[in-house]
Design a protein around this ligand. Structure first.
Ligand SMILES: C[S@@+](CC[C@H](N)C(=O)[O-])C[C@H]1O[C@@H](n2cnc3c(N)ncnc32)[C@H](O)[C@@H]1O
Length: 194
């Protein structure tokens, strides 16, 4: 498969690039001096696209199948400025970055619908859709350089206003910078600047 001039393969047990992925890629704020971190890289498409325009990208995922998938897609595109790390959010991250990206698991999922497999971690945001989002927002600032930027994707189903107010409390200027209506929700891209 191809997006722009990047080739990629979808992989079993890994989130396939979808509308939310493309919303993020199409609205990235990039420059060639940037050191970038992507949380939850999935297939690696976002990181590979970004890597063409920045200094370096570190990308992590909690799903071991995603790690293998990213390794193979990075190789397919001969990218040599991407490092792949297995990590639950920032657990194994020790650097700071100019830009942090995250297409979050943002769907509200009731306890009785929760599946304990790697694949569903891609969208399962717990009962209010915010379990991973809230953890991310509490930690992200520590991994940003002065003047750093967060670009994250979530949905109207997982309380955009709460994300904006949490970011503002942490000292960011934050706004919704892109929206796409898909089926029963609006997918939103939130951009926050320190
Ligand atoms: C919606 S998918 C996005 C995948 C890819 N970035 C894209 O846009 O196509 C969310 C990704 O976050 C990963 N993820 C979920 N919880 C995570 C966590 N606590 N730490 C790291 N990655 C996580 C999932 O495994 C999945 O690959």
């Amino acid at each position: 498969m191809k997006y722009e001039d990047v080739e990629y393969n979808e992989c079993d047990e890994v989130y396939p690039p979808a509308e939310d992925t493309f919303l993020l890629i199409d609205n990235l704020i990039l420059d060639d001096s940037m050191e970038v971190l992507e949380i939850g890289g999935g297939s690696g498409l976002v990181s590979i696209c970004a890597s063409r325009f920045v200094k370096s990208v570190d990308v992590c995922d909690i799903n071991p199948h995603a790690i293998k998938c990213m390794e193979s897609n990075v190789k397919l595109n001969n990218r040599n400025n991407i490092a792949i790390i297995r990590s639950d959010l920032f657990e194994n991250i020790s650097s700071t970055y100019d830009l942090i990206l995250f297409n979050t698991p943002y769907l509200p999922v009731d306890e009785d619908e929760h599946a304990d497999d790697e694949y569903s971690k891609a969208w399962d945001g717990g009962r209010d859709g915010r379990t991973v989002i809230d953890r991310f927002l509490k930690e992200a600032k520590r991994y940003l350089n002065e003047g750093g930027i967060i670009q994250m994707v979530q949905s109207s189903l997982s309380d955009n206003d709460k994300t904006l107010s949490m970011l503002k409390e942490e000292g960011f200027e934050a706004e919704i910078t892109a929206i796409e209506h898909v089926f029963f929700e609006d997918i939103t891209l939130i951009t926050a600047r320190l």
